[in-house]
Design a protein around this ligand. Structure first.
Ligand code: NAD
Ligand code: IPM
Ligand code: MN
Length: 348
């Protein structure tokens, strides 16, 4: 039988609660299949930092790198926790993994499932994917500050955009559009960010010439937020930079039934490094430890992971079980009850 080595990083807060359910679903869907998942759990995040002072050691990274794929919950402590003042868990752990493992495609699908209760009165059919660049932009950390603590303080964050980095993610987005509804929207802010925006636009135009059957559109990011609420069915594939993609995908989650349903993949399409699957949401300190979190995003991230590994049937079964569960929802349930319902749906 085929063996898949999976690194599991539950992380902090609701990350642990939702990953517990995601693992149960993974175990159930692979129980009678040819494939065997060998899981290694890594204790990483704010909790680990508070215990040992480590964020992500080189040894952790090497060990994670030796896996076929990664499943992550969420990392980050209580905002404002003084003990975490000098730790940047998000940068030192999550972004370090995305950068070191060259996750240049941050794939974030948004679909309004039947029965999901979103806030829009007339949502129409919502089914699009945000292809968020994952390794560049302002996330690179190429900034700095001087004269800190004085009235003359200067703080700069530089958005790093390379032609190489933009072209590869744009090519991925066009290939994806070819396999979907052949509509691609570039979102940027070219009216203000003329250098980066100009290069993104130019590269999209160049790659578009190789895809004459893909209808290409451009929106400034502020206008894109309008249309995500007023006319979300216009979108098929959205390609955008790291920061805009972060913001748009929380909004996209909110309009498609809540952030608790939004899954994502940090993909290294070249296959040189393990890809990493995680819910779009964070560790939600406001509801952590109370079994209030919706594990659906984590479970759908398992479906994306299975699909990525070529386990189509297993992925489809998880997807279907989640769709059935969403369609049948009523009342509030505990995190584990949603996991139970999805697992029951796998048998159907
Ligand atoms: P968040 O996504 O954790 O929470 C935002 C809101 O959404 C909260 O009200 C929360 O209760 C709710 N929510 C989130 N997930 C939910 C779920 N599955 N079910 C029901 N409700 C859910 O964002 P935040 O509050 O800005 O961040 C909290 C911490 O998480 C911070 O430390 C942040 O840096 C970190 N974070 C980590 C990741 C990650 O690990 N990938 C992603 C985002 C934020
Ligand atoms: C996400 C998160 C991360 C991001 C943070 C925690 C670094 O918000 O995965 O969307 O901004 O990418
Ligand atoms: Mn985010």
């Amino acid at each position: 039988s085929r063996i898949v080595k999976l690194a599991v990083i539950p992380g902090d807060g609701i990350g642990r609660e939702v990953i517990a359910e995601a693992e149960r679903v993974l175990d159930a869907v692979t129980a009678d299949s040819e494939v065997v998942f060998e899981k290694t759990t890594f204790s990483l995040g704010a909790g680990r930092f508070l215990e040992t002072g480590d964020t992500l050691t080189d040894a952790d990274l090497e060990s994670i790198r030796a896996h076929d794929a990664i499943l992550l919950g969420a990392v980050g402590g209580q905002p404002g926790d003084p003990r975490l003042k000098d730790a940047n868990i998000e940068r030192g752990l999550l972004l370090r993994l995305r950068f070191e493992l060259d996750h240049y495609v941050n794939l974030r699908p948004s679909k309004l499932f039947a029965g999901a209760s979103g806030p829009l009165a007339n949502p129409g059919e919502i089914d699009f994917v945000v292809v968020r660049e994952g390794t560049e932009g302002p996330y690179v950390g190429n900034g700095g500050s001087i004269r800190r603590g004085t009235p003359q303080e200067v703080a700069n964050e530089t958005s790093v955009n390379t032609a190489f980095g933009v072209e590869r993610v744009v090519r991925y987005a066009f290939d994806l559009a070819e396999r979907r509804s052949r509509r691609l929207t570039l979102v940027h802010k070219t009216n203000v960010l003329v250098h980066a925006g100009g290069m993104w636009k130019r590269i999209v135009d160049e790659v578009a010439a190789e895809h004459p059957d893909v209808a290409v559109d451009y929106l400034h990011v502020d206008a894109a937020t309008i249309f995500l609420v007023t006319d979300p069915s216009r979108f098929d594939v959205i390609v955008t930079d790291n920061l805009f993609g972060d913001i748009l995908t929380d909004l996209a989650g909110a309009v498609t039934g809540g952030i608790g349903l939004a899954a994502s993949g940090n993909i290294n399409p070249d296959g040189a490094f393990p890809s990493m699957f995680e819910p779009v949401h964070g560790s939600a300190p406001d509801i952590a430890g109370q079994q209030k979190a919706d594990p659906t995003a984590a479970i759908l991230s398992v479906a994306m992971l299975l699909e990525h590994l070529g386990l189509r049937d297993e992925a489809a079964r998880v997807q279907r079980a989640v769709e059935q569960d969403i369609a049948a929802r009523e009342g509030t349930r505990r995190t584990s009850e949603i996991g139970d319902a999805v697992i029951a749906g796998l048998q159907a």
